[in-house]
Ligand binder design. Sequence first.
Ligand code: GDP
Ligand code: MG
Length: 163
Amino acid sequence: MAFTLAIVGRPNVGKSTLFNRLVGRRIALVDDRPGVTRDRREGDARLGDLEFTIIDTAGLEEADGGTLEARMRAQTEEAIRLADVVIFMVDARVGLTPDDHVFANLVRRSGKPVILAANKSEGKVGMAGAYEAFGLGLGDPVPLSAEHGEGLSELYDALAVHM
Ligand code: GDP
Ligand code: MG
C-alpha cells in the first residue's frame, strides 16, 4: 500500500483546495461504507519527488444517518485510521474555533504523526492566525496558502521526514 496522507479539519478550511492542488489522478470516490465514507476522495498525489496517496474528507452533508457531528467524526476517524501521516488543517484567517478543537482531539488521540497546516496564510492577516495555531499543542504550524500555492516547500519538508 502506498504511503497515505489524510487531510483532516472542520469544513471550509481549504482541505479540498489542497487536495486538488496535490493530486494528479483521482483514484476513487470511495463508496465502501455507505453514509460515512461515501464521499471520501482519494488520489495519487505528488509533492516534489514525494509520491503518495492522499485522502480528502468532505461533503458531510451528503452522508446520511446519525447526527452531523457523528458523521463528521466517523469519516474523519476512518481517514485518520488509513493514514500514515495526517495533515490537520486550520484556517489562519478565522483563527481557532471550537470545532477545530474537536477535530484536533481526534487527531491527537489517534497517535498518528500530524502536520499542522495553517491555511489561508497569505498576507499579514493569515500570519497572525498561524501563530494562534501553536496553542493546539500539535507542533509548529506550517503556514500554507493552498489557493495560491504558497508554503508548499515547507509542507514538503514536514512530510519528507515521515517518508
Ligand atoms: P474544505 O471544506 O476544507 O474542503 O475547504 P475548500 O477547499 O472547499 O475551501 C473553502 C473555501 O476557502 C473556498 O472558498 C476556497 O476558495 C477558500 N480557500 C482555500 N484555500 C485558501 C487559501 O489558501 N487562501 C484563501 N484566502 N482562501 C482559500
Ligand atoms: Mg472539501
